[in-house]
Design a protein around this ligand. Structure first.
Ligand code: DQA
Length: 139
């Protein structure tokens, strides 16, 4: 099984970006954590991060995978094109947010891409990605 792990805008700066919200661990830390778990599960992971909406859509359309884990960053709150791409992939998608967006500003409560996902995990930090991986490996 192949899972595409997509991280959207500003997730490249994890570790130094608002550490009180997102913690002090980096994107590389997240990827190595997931790689360890994927080995145990016998799953292949493909990691991609971009600050550009169109690039994320290109990967959704072209990267071979059976399922997708995505943290769209702020695109989650307004990107209909990204939602369309996720829906159009026909693959099981789990959307992850490191922070609990529902405890934050009201403009973050609108979840446009979440409507294209099978499930959404918000507020569990990196554990949310791990839970998404375990779930997708099982189904
Ligand atoms: C985020 C939450 C978004 O509202 C924010 O724009 C991000 C990160 C999260 O992982 O908690 O960039 O997706």
């Amino acid at each position: 099984m192949n899972i595409l792990v997509l991280n959207g805008p500003n997730l490249s700066t994890l570790g130094r970006r608002e550490p009180e919200v997102y913690g002090t661990k980096t994107l590389a830390d997240l990827e190595s954590l997931l790689t360890g778990r994927a080995k145990e599960l016998g799953v292949q992971l493909r990691f991609r991060q971009s600050n550009h909406e169109g690039q994320l859509i290109d990967w959704i359309e072209t990267e071979p995978s059976d399922a997708i884990i995505i943290n769209p960053g702020a695109l989650s709150h307004y990107s209909l094109v990204l939602a369309d791409a996720l829906r159009g992939s026909g693959k099981p998608v789990v959307e992850v947010h490191i922070s609990n967006v529902f405890r934050r500003e009201p403009e973050r409560h609108r979840m446009v891409t979440a409507a294209a996902a099978k499930g959404v995990i918000s507020g569990l930090g990196f554990d949310g990605y791990m839970a998404a991986l375990d779930y997708l490996a099982r189904i």
